[in-house]
Ligand binder design. Structure first.
Ligand code: UDP
Length: 567
């Protein structure tokens, strides 16, 4: 039985020393300790009496190992990306507080010793059983484990969770399909269950949303912040000088109304990209950066970095976040940054989560090519009062709750795989009756109240609704338009011939094929397709030829990863 922890001291010891990145993470954990402990107490009360098994967990942060080049640690104090470190610190805190037994490694040697690989012997099967129920790692760590576990890697990969900032869509994960269809990337294809990849934001429901936390304020702090706001103070998003290049026009407009602050790293002199009228603080320690945000009215993004933690921190500290709309959207097809990343996601602004999940009055996404629109936004923002806001899923309690649910319910080692397609087509009468029925308003299918519910199934199937997509829409988008979220684990319930019939879709032919858009119908020719490879079930992806069958579910407000009955 896992018992909630009431002290983080032991975790700080477990993390070890010797790298700037580790010091950054420990500082963050210390700073947020009280918030974490309060949240753990609240969740403990919420889950009162619930049986929770204690797991033995290895956390191997591959990108911090010397063997993968560890390009991050030397850049921690120089404005390099900190988002990953923020997330790992929070994952460590959450797993520890939930009461699991942890081992943390940031070197190949430690990894080998924890896995039980004898020194000097790589690439052989492990001689004793793997002593961990779960392994949290990243793409670098995955590669190292594959190299050093030999055949045992295949056996144990179901225990792995991959922390993967931008996400990996099913089409890029499946080796054979990726190779055949040109979805190969630098990150490889691991044939994992796509929900074993865990992202920084809820990018695609094909992956699990891991997230991170931001500091939460109590009512008194919120009031204090509101009364101390300086309505003419703006902070620019980004720690690297390069993001200021070519932004003179916006800076000049902004400078007409506001005092502009920056946190750009420099050694001795002001970086030439940062104009003299900007008050540059240099890279600040995290808590000082938060203090700056507490005073500022506006946090402004110039298009890079993409999708980091800072905008959420700014909004949590009562700033308005102003950012550029990307038209056309940035993606792996048209932008260097996303090129080679295992996702087809179209990024519609610098921070789509802020745009879609938060929005006005906290977030303004405008066309920066239109100077008038930009200027008008700045003027309105200065006059608008906003409260500090933090979505529940980014609070400590929200993150603890989500990770608790994943650990409790996600089992990729013993879950029975979905039924395989028949070798030859079986007459419909032979298959068991579909548990899906047409909804009372006859627009979509719901789970029949009379059908049995597998008590082990998670999320519970009672939350399933089947909708048919428009030809230009992914399942992610289709579910979103119905106020729901796509749930890939439910695809197996609708990958059946009779489901087309139940939806009054005419199929002149029905084929099982490998395609990440299936099940789907090519409506004009009445051709129906079912999915032959369960690993390819995907919420992402569309093609104008098909209308897709989409499994959607409800979700908790502020906690999109969990359905209403998911806890
Ligand atoms: N940050 C910081 N000092 C600063 C500016 C930012 O410590 O002067 C922190 C900030 O609190 C955030 C983290 O850097 O948690 C990552 O920020 P960002 O959104 O820029 O993402 P990144 O590109 O670094 O991954």
């Amino acid at each position: 039985q896992a018992a909630f922890q009431s002290d983080l001291a032991h975790l700080l010891e477990l993390i070890g020393t010797g790298k700037e990145s580790l010091s950054f993470m420990k500082k963050r954990i210390r700073h947020l300790a009280q918030q974490w402990l309060r949240a753990a107490r609240r969740l403990e009360q919420k889950l009162k009496g619930r049986q929770r098994d204690q797991k033995h967990i290895l956390i191997h942060i591959g990108f911090l190992t010397e063997e993968s080049g560890d390009v991050f640690s030397p850049r921690v104090l120089k404005g390099g990306p900190l988002g990953e470190m923020v997330q790992w610190a929070d994952i460590l805190a959450a797993l520890f507080l939930l009461g699991h037994s942890l081992r943390v490694t940031v070197s190949l040697k430690e990894l080998q010793s924890h896995l039980g690989v004898p020194p000097g012997r790589g690439n052989c099967p492990l001689t004793s059983p793997l002593p961990f129920d779960l392994i949290y790692t990243d793409y670098h760590g995955l590669q190292q484990m594959k190299q050093h576990m030999g055949l045992s890697f295949k056996k144990y990969r179901c225990r792995v969770r991959v922390i993967d900032t931008f996400g990996t869509e099913p089409a890029y994960n499946h080796e054979e399909y990726a190779t055949l269809r040109g979805y190969r990337t630098n990150w490889g294809y691991w044939n994992l269950q796509p929900t074993q990849f865990m992202t920084m934001f809820p990018h695609t429901p094909d992956n699990s949303f891991m997230g991170f936390v931001s500091e939460e304020l109590n009512q008194t702090e919120k009031q204090l912040i509101k009364s101390n706001k300086v309505s003419s103070m703006a902070v620019v998003y980004g720690k690297e000088a390069s993001i200021w290049k070519g932004k003179e026009k916006f800076l000049a407009i902004l400078n007409k109304y506001m005092e502009i602050h920056g946190t750009v790293y420099y050694e001795t002199q002001r970086p030439p990209e940062v104009p003299a009228f900007v008050k540059n603080h240099g890279l600040l320690p995290q808590h000082e950066f938060q203090q700056l945000l507490r005073k500022a009215k506006l946090f402004i993004g110039f298009g890079f970095p993409y999708e980091g933690p800072a905008p959420l921190e700014a909004i949590a500290n009562g700033c308005v976040f102003l950012q550029a709309r990307f038209n056309p959207p940035h993606s792996s097809l048209n932008h260097e940054f996303f090129r080679g990343k295992p996702t087809s996601r179209e990024v519609s602004s610098q921070h789509p989560y802020a745009e879609d999940f938060i929005g006005k009055p906290h977030v303004w996404t405008v066309d920066y090519n239109n100077s008038e629109e930009f200027e008008a936004a700045v003027k309105t923002i200065m006059r608008t009062q906003v409260d500090p806001y933090l979505p529940y899923e980014y609070t400590c309690e929200g993150m603890l709750e989500r990770i608790h649910a994943y650990i409790q319910h996600q089992d990729f080692c013993t879950t029975s795989s979905p039924p395989l397609p028949p070798k030859t087509k079986s007459p419909a009468m032979q298959s068991p009756p579909s548990p899906l029925v047409l909804s009372p308003n006859a627009t979509h299918l719901v789970w029949s109240p009379r059908a049995s519910r597998d008590p082990q199934a998670w999320p519970p199937v009672g939350s399933l609704q089947v909708w048919v997509s428009e030809t230009r829409h992914t399942c992610t988008e289709t579910c979103r338009r119905h106020g729901l979220v796509c749930e890939p684990t439910f695809f197996r319930f609708l990958n059946k011939e009779e489901v087309f019939l139940q939806l009054s879709i005419t199929c002149d032919s029905t084929e099982y094929e490998m395609n990440h858009l299936y099940p789907a119908v090519a409506e004009n020719v009445h051709e129906c397709y079912l999915q032959k490879e369960p690993l390819l079930f995907s919420c992402a992806g569309y093609n104008t030829k098909y209308r897709r069958l989409c499994p959607c579910r409800d979700f908790q407000q502020g906690q999109v990863a969990l359905c209403r009955d998911c806890l």
